[in-house]
Design a protein. Structure first.
Lengths: 135, 135
DNA sequence: AAAACTTTGCAACTCAGTTGCATAGCTTTT
DNA sequence: AAAAGCTATGCAACTGAGTTGCAAAGTTTT
């Protein structure tokens, strides 16, 4: 059994040819990728299939989605132990020069004291600026 | 000179009837409002005009926009002294029950230590959860 | 091998945001 | 005060990301 298959099976995703390919492409990325960008990595691929593949991956916490404010949602692999709980969350960085969106996996979302009677569920924190490569 | 006119003029926005009305509506909101919601506050108003009015207001820092991840951008008045610099930024809260988006004006975005050679420009931080009214 | 379920692919739609263009309304110049 | 010029407004039509319906292809179960 291939390693990729294993990663899918671990997350209760039936390993099809398409899904293996998508996971492979996602694994190769250094930054988060949009549906459109993913589509362009393939010679011939249907947007709907990729869309639904990403949804399936996200539901099963193999990947997480990032709304970086650019108008297109980006996707990136979760860590193996990730359950997408608040404690698993990290900061994302959008470079305004190269337009890449990075997971700053080592930077946890800082603790916040909300006003009285506000209950926290999750936090989206996107930092914009210039990344190390573009500097 | 009316107070509303004054606020517009202070920000170098020519005070037209439409703009005064829009500013009035925005001032009355307890939470941030989308273009569509704004449109519905008027009997008869053109989306384009409202859209361009909001853009003008935003460019001149009378209001700021909030991408709360719901798919529709929200707008809220800036404080009088706001220049929309990082130090002016605050946390936004999206209630998953009532779907309202609030400016937590008193909660500044926490300081972050970015990886080496990353330069910060701005931060978008949206907390999701249940607000005090819905609890 | 047939029946039942899942995945894939095409087309077509939704919805927020945006642009083009003509008209209406000011402002400035003569 | 009329003409010329600029700004704001309103309608229609478009864009692009995301999404759904449905039928065909592929798997799994009986």
């Amino acid at each position: 059994m291939k390693e990729t298959d294993n990663k899918l099976t671990m997350r209760n995703i039936k390993p099809t040819a398409m899904r293996e390919l998508v996971l492979k492409v996602l694994s190769e990325q250094k930054s988060a990728i949009s549906l459109l960008e993913l589509e362009q990595k393939f010679e011939k691929a249907d947007k709907t299939t990729l869309y639904r593949t990403l949804k399936t991956f996200e539901e099963n916490k193999l990947i997480h989605s990032i709304d970086d404010g650019t108008g297109s949602v980006k996707y990136a692999l979760c860590k193996e132990t990730c359950e997408c709980n608040p404690s698993d969350l990290h900061v994302h960085f959008l470079c305004t020069k190269c337009k890449h969106t990075f997971c700053l996996n080592d930077i946890a979302i800082p603790n916040l004291t909300l006003p009285a009677n506000f209950k926290l569920e999750t936090i989206n924190m996107v930092v914009k600026g210039i990344c190390a490569n573009c500097k």
